[in-house]
Design a protein around this ligand. Structure first.
Ligand code: ADP
Ligand code: MG
Length: 437
């Protein structure tokens, strides 16, 4: 399939060519014709597969026809869960819409109101926003949605996770019922499905690859770590490798992100932190530096890294495992963008057993353990019946006699012998529908 066959305006096609794209990705090939035909969409595809263009291109196509309305409010509204994602979508809208001279505006929390008020008082084609700040403006009567033609919810699942559901529904209720609605999400299950039922009209469902699909182009490695000191040595070893063009290191907390970034910087690495406590200006500057290659190691929390699209990222390192299994999929999706290959490394300490298992259950496959010679774990980690990964001659650590040693994992797999932790008989697993935040 070619972009030409999608019936897009020649000026849109020109911007696609200028972007260097030769053919649509699977989600683009399926979503664009349906969206251009005017259908509501409920779409999901793996990270890094070009979902942004899948909704921006049909939005731009709409803009090639003049609005019958005399009002100046936005014709397209895109809602995203995070500021970074909003910025990226806005840049994409600008990039693909250059030839059409579309007026795009981005409304984010953490930015000064007076400038936003001014932007909102001018004619707007595409408005990209995070829900919280948009609600503020809406309640102050600063936005006119009377001519809105299309509402896009990007990463709808994440918006729900982050508690934006009421805001999203309030915003949707302020837009004309005649609008077209496109919903993009990593998963289309449960709550997202219910939201879709309320906001979409006879939607077409497009599911390119399931969340559980293997990221074939991303090599996933597991490193067992004994303690924090071991973890730090391992991290230093990995990022010292010249193969690491750029890396994102994920930590659980903002404080750890700051601390680790500082430590790495002190060790001479071009490192910086990215998390939700930084002001927007600082976050933007960090991402710009990352894109320019001025930062090689970004230490981030989940919230700040969601949707981040930096082509140079060769490695994702889960210094701490994510709290929620689906975040694992989003994290590793920061590498291997647009068909490139990438490496995702996860550290698992004895206390991470349950977490690790949830992740593996969610993705549907075990992460192959790797050992770095000289940095072998000393403690016994989970016994496994899966085959050791033997890439580059690294074997899986195996303990011959774990009796008396600490084991940590209440594994439901058959024991390989010597595994002495008695089963409690209780299933301590938590379902993924049950998200306590
Ligand atoms: P997603 O939202 O699915 O995670 P993005 O929309 O951020 O993915 O796109 C990921 C990367 O792929 C971006 O760098 C984008 O420029 C690139 N890309 C998008 N569409 C194409 C295409 N048709 N051909 C090549 N690269 C593309
Ligand atoms: Mg996206």
């Amino acid at each position: 399939m070619s972009f030409e066959s999608l019936n897009l305006h020649p000026l849109i096609l020109k911007s696609i060519v200028e972007s260097g794209y030769t053919e649509p990705t699977a989600i683009q090939a399926q979503a664009i014709p349906e969206a251009v035909a005017g259908h509501d969409l409920m779409a999901s595809a793996q990270t890094g597969t070009g979902k942004t263009a899948a909704f921006i291109l049909p939005a731009l196509q709409k803009l090639t026809e003049e609005s019958p309305s005399k009002s100046r409010g936005p014709r397209i509204l895109v809602l995203t869960p995070t500021r970074e994602l909003a910025t990226q979508v806005n840049e994409a809208a600008w990039k693909y819409g250059k030839g059409l001279r579309v007026k795009t505006v981005c409304i984010l929390g953490g930015m000064p109101y007076p400038l936003q008020n001014k932007l909102l008082s001018q004619p707007i084609d595409i408005l990209v926003a995070t829900p919280g700040r948009l609600i503020d403006h809406l309640e102050r009567g600063r936005i006119d949605f009377s001519r809105l033609e299309m509402l896009v919810l990007d990463e709808a699942d994440r918006m729900l996770d982050m508690g934006f559901i009421d805001d999203v529904e309030k915003i949707a209720a302020a837009t004309p019922a005649s609008r077209q609605t496109l919903l993009f999400s990593a998963t289309l299950d449960g709550t997202v499905g219910k939201l879709a039922q309320r906001l979409l009209k006879n939607p077409k469902t497009i599911q390119v690859a399931s969340q559980q699909a293997k990221h074939e182009n991303i090599e996933q490695r597991l490193h067992y770590v004994d303690d924090m000191a071991h973890k730090n040595r391992m991290l230093q070893h990995i990022i010292a490798d010249v193969e690491v063009k750029q890396a994102i290191v994920f930590t659980s907390t903002k404080r750890d992100a700051d601390q680790l970034a500082e430590d790495l910087f002190a060790q001479g690495h071009a490192a910086a932190a990215l998390h939700g406590d930084m002001n927007q200006g600082a976050r933007n500057r960090t991402i710009t530096k990352m894109k320019r290659g001025a930062i090689r190691v970004l230490v981030a929390t989940d919230v700040a890294a969601r949707g981040l699209d930096v082509s140079g990222i060769s490695h994702v390192i889960n210094f701490d495992l994510p709290k929620f299994a689906e975040d694992y999929v989003h994290r590793i999706g920061r590498t291997g963008r647009a068909g490139a290959s990438g490496i995702a490394v996860s550290f698992a300490s004895p206390k991470d057993g349950l977490h690790l298992k949830r992740i593996e259950r969610f993705t549907g496959h075990d992460i192959a353990p790797h050992v770095i010679p000289g940095l072998e774990p000393k403690r016994t980690h989970r016994p496994s019946t899966s085959k050791p990964a033997s890439k580059g001659g690294f074997g899986k650590p195996r303990s011959a006699a774990p009796g008396g040693e600490r084991t940590f994992r209440n594994d439901t797999r058959p024991s390989t012998g010597g595994y002495n932790k008695p089963s409690t008989g209780k299933d301590t697993r938590r379902s993924f529908g049950d998200r306590g935040r």
